[in-house]
Design a protein around this ligand. Structure first.
Ligand SMILES: *[C@@H]1O[C@H](CO)[C@@H](O)[C@H](O)[C@H]1NC(C)=O
Ligand SMILES: *[C@@H]1O[C@H](CO)[C@@H](O)[C@H](O)[C@H]1NC(C)=O
Ligand SMILES: *[C@@H]1O[C@H](CO)[C@@H](O)[C@H](O)[C@H]1NC(C)=O
Length: 208
């Protein structure tokens, strides 16, 4: 193949990739202008226990039924995902966050400093992909375990959700521990946690 044809092919391939992403975004934006805010309610209790693994349509590896539901929700965000998590070392969840980031979802992560330090490779993987991670140096534990889905966007086309509970995002917790998580779109709860997230986001510092 001549160099000229090779370059044409490369440019066409890039065009197709850009077109794909652009095409995905435009219909969303078009709908957004017409429709009023969604009023759909979502409430779910997710239990983790010592059940076996199932295959998941949300992930390539087999996961526990609880994890399947968590991954279902973690695939939801169209615009933003704000994570506030005491310990986060699950490679499965790391992969999901990186995938969201590629889909141009704005991901923000707050971790406990001591726990983050113990899992340095994990957050540096996030940071390499330009996902901002913050913590605070303090003797107090950042013991929250929640995340907010599409809660910090102005878009009307989303259902802002809170997911909270006892679950650390670790392999141990998602594969065998007894844990419980609730997902809710109840406005008072979403807003209460969002307010706290924004407060911590300003107070806490990027990890350098
Ligand atoms: C989630 O947070 C709400 C409000 O703080 C609380 O009532 C609920 O028990 C929490 N869910 C779990 C599973 O801890
Ligand atoms: C979260 O993970 C840490 C570190 O593995 C562990 O010490 C802690 O007990 C866990 N907390 C909960 C509530 O599971
Ligand atoms: C369920 O969640 C609550 C609140 O997060 C926690 O105190 C409790 O220990 C959890 N239960 C189990 C079995 O993990």
């Amino acid at each position: 193949m001549s160099t000229g044809r090779y370059y044409t092919l490369v440019i066409a391939a890039c065009g197709a990739v850009i077109g794909y992403y652009y095409g995905r975004r435009t219909p969303n934006q078009a709908i957004q202008e017409k429709k009023p805010r969604k009023t759909k309610e979502i409430h779910e209790v997710i239990m983790f226990s010592d059940e076996g693994l199932i295959s998941s349509k949300h992930y390539r590896n087999s996961v526990t039924p609880g994890m399947d539901r968590v991954l279902h929700y973690l695939n939801f965000p169209r615009h933003t995902l704000d994570v506030c998590m005491y310990v986060m070392t699950s490679p499965d969840i790391c992969n999901v966050l990186l995938k969201l980031n590629l889909r141009r979802v704005k991901v923000r992560v707050i971790l406990d400093a001591e726990m983050a330090f113990a899992s340095r490779s994990y957050f540096s993987r996030l940071q390499r992909q330009c996902i901002e991670v913050r913590w605070i140096k303090s003797s107090n534990i950042m013991h929250h375990k929640f995340c907010l889905i599409d809660a910090s966007t102005e878009s009307n086309e989303v259902v802002p959700l809170l997911m909270n509970g006892s679950l650390n995002w670790t392999k141990q917790a998602t594969h065998g521990n007894y844990e419980n998580v609730t997902v809710t779109s109840q406005r008072e709860l979403v807003e209460g946690y969002m307010k706290e997230f924004e407060r911590l986001w300003v107070l806490f510092k990027p990890i350098v």
